[in-house]
Design a binder for this molecule. Structure first.
Ligand SMILES: [Zn+2]
Length: 265
């Protein structure tokens, strides 16, 4: 089977299984994976709205935005841009930059998709990332993070939570790279300057070495992790943030608390 067919087949299997349709907010980071996901999804009958979140990381965010804009133009779309600084948050003033960045991205992706009436938010998360993340959590006895280890996460209209869709969930790093190269898609090759050499680098290497010897083991890992996820208790109650109305585990959401904090810095 040719590669392109195989690649699209993997994505189609998620779309069919979860009956995905309607409007999709496509989150572009500027990296190879979200570029591949965006390009691949244009082959389906979705209404796609590509957007980029500018996290204001000096010397990095501008480059990523340029690539996101390039692919949008190439595929005939208008790129929407959401800027973190418009919310008064300055990442450079944060100690725990990666965790704050994660909170901000999740929040702004959801807000953008909700405001634009989208049924889903699509991201570039691939199989390699998912398996590495899962093993890293196993290594730190953090089983609760297995929640969400699946290609589609349901939304919840009552708390303005839009469903999440990871089209590349069953595709590996090198496969995404091959797709990007075959289709000559622009992408930013640089890493975020805040990203440290995490223990996940080692884990990812190990997982891929294993995959070389036992082809298909990563896919089976993913399927097993999904089964564990299905069996997990999901008691944690989500409600609406009393300030912004978006999903929150407490009275006030993490993002609103960040805004309050940065207003005082
Ligand atoms: Zn809030």
């Amino acid at each position: 089977m040719d590669f392109e067919k195989y690649f699209m087949g993997r994505i189609r299997s998620v779309i069919d299984r979860y009956k995905i349709k309607g409007c999709i907010a496509m989150a572009l980071s500027g990296g190879k994976d979200s570029m591949a996901a965006f390009h691949a999804l244009t082959n389906f009958k979705f209404k796609l709205i590509p957007f980029y979140i500018d996290l204001g990381i000096e010397g990095y965010s501008e480059k990523c935005e340029k690539y996101a804009k390039e692919i949008a133009t190439m595929l005939g779309y208008e790129l929407h841009v959401v800027r973190l600084k418009d919310y008064g948050i300055d990442l450079s003033k944060e100690k725990k930059k990666c965790s704050v960045c994660g909170t901000a991205k999740r929040y702004l992706m959801n807000k953008f998709a909700f405001e634009n009436g989208c049924n889903y938010i699509a991201t570039g998360h691939n199989l390699s990332d998912a398996i590495t993340f899962a093993f890293n959590n196993l290594a730190s006895v953090n089983i609760l993070n297995f929640r969400g280890m699946k290609p589609v996460l349901e939304g919840n209209e009552n708390v303005r939570m839009v469903a999440r869709f990871k089209p590349l969930f069953y595709l590996k790093d090198d496969e995404c790279m091959k797709y990007v190269e075959m289709n000559k898609l622009p992408y930013c090759n640089e890493k975020c300057p805040y990203q440290k050499e995490a223990p996940t680098v080692e884990l990812k290497k190990w997982i891929h070495e294993l995959e070389e010897k036992r082809n298909g083991i990563m896919l089976n890992f993913a399927k097993s992790f999904e089964k564990i996820e299905e069996r997990m208790e999901k008691k944690q109650e989500i409600r609406q943030c009393s300030i912004c109305g978006y999903p929150s585990y407490g009275k006030i959401c993490k993002f609103c608390r960040l805004r309050e904090k940065h207003a005082k810095i």
